[in-house]
Design a protein around this ligand. Structure first.
Ligand SMILES: [Zn+2]
Length: 313
């Protein structure tokens, strides 16, 4: 009893939001269900995936190794090769949006000057980060105007490139992403605030029908069903996934609802990195349903693009 009281008190004491920046509500597109999402094989979007860094993660964070399927497969604690990506979504009428932000130019400096420091840096395996291309370097080669950056979620590894974007670029997150409280946020709030910038134009997307009908958790962002934003709570409250109908086919960006290919292939959620595994499982089940509607779909997990590399040790 005493233990429960003390741990509850600690939880309440240290629970805080991921950022102290305030977000406004952003309304765009209309709510639809999966049955209204269409079954096309291609669409008008020009889609690009940019690999910005090679990295490693802790397997018990990336995959729930206590899940019966993981136990059966013999998955144990250890390191897993992962990567960091961002994506570009260019609509012929509505311009270019980014999904996640890549890695800023500051990661070309000495690691001592990186914006992630101390215990958070070592816990997140930052000393193992190998930069391939910064967001600035990519922007120099592709001088498109960026309408906004959409975040799969607000964890540090998804906002590392924001300082390379033109000042005032709108940052769009999912519902309650910036207002939900969680005890681990106490360790990252300061760094999250800094990475988002001085006075970020921060917004939470409005899913107007989802509260009345949870199956209406898809936003038809441009109004032509070419780019669907899907609310997938669990990894974080406002986690988002994206279905892209592109000239190169249909792509599903799962965000960190599934970090790994093994997690996706076996329908097993992330482990310790997810705030609410049960909700994450419901969201992963929904994304599986989305994917099954599009034969030939290319699924992009949060941190892996390469199949068959999950090691047991
Ligand atoms: Zn991540």
């Amino acid at each position: 009893m005493k233990y429960i009281f003390v741990s509850t008190t600690l939880f309440l004491l240290f629970s805080c939001t991921v950022t102290s920046h305030k977000a406004s509500l952003f309304s765009k597109g209309t709510s639809i269900g999966l049955d209204q999402a269409g079954i096309e094989k291609t669409g008008p979007i020009l889609f690009q995936k940019i690999t910005v860094a090679d990295w490693i993660g802790d397997r018990d964070g990336l995959i729930d190794i206590d899940d019966p399927k993981a136990v059966e497969a013999g998955l144990k604690k250890g390191k897993e090769p992962i990567q960091i990506y961002f994506y570009t979504i260019t609509h012929p009428k509505f311009g270019t949006y980014l999904v996640d932000s890549g890695l800023s130019q500051s990661f070309r400096k000495d690691p001592k000057e990186w914006p992630i420091t101390g215990i958070v840096a070592s816990e997140m395996n930052f000393p193992h980060l190998k930069v391939r291309q910064t967001t600035k370097e990519w922007l120099n080669e592709h001088p498109n105007r960026i309408e906004a950056v959409l975040l799969t979620h607000s964890h540090l590894d998804h906002i590392l490139g924001i300082s390379d974007l033109p000042e005032g670029t709108p940052i769009l997150a999912g519902p309650q992403e910036t207002t939900h409280t969680y005890f681990l946020n106490a360790f990252v709030q300061g760094m999250t605030d800094t990475l988002l910038g001085d006075k970020p134009k921060l917004y939470e997307l409005n899913f107007p029908e989802e509260n009345k009908n949870p199956s209406l958790r898809i936003l038809d962002f441009f109004g032509d069903k070419s780019f669907l934003v899907i609310h997938v709570p669990g990894h974080t409250s406002g986690s988002l996934a994206f279905l892209v109908k592109s000239t190169s086919g249909i792509h599903l960006l799962t965000g960190d609802s599934s970090h790994t290919n093994w997690g996706w292939d076996n329908n097993v959620t992330p482990g310790q990195y997810s705030e609410d595994k049960q909700k994450n499982k419901e969201s992963l089940d929904f994304l599986k349903k989305v994917a099954s509607q599009y034969p030939g779909i290319e699924v992009h997990c949060g941190h892996q693009s390469f199949a068959g590399t999950t090691k047991k040790n």
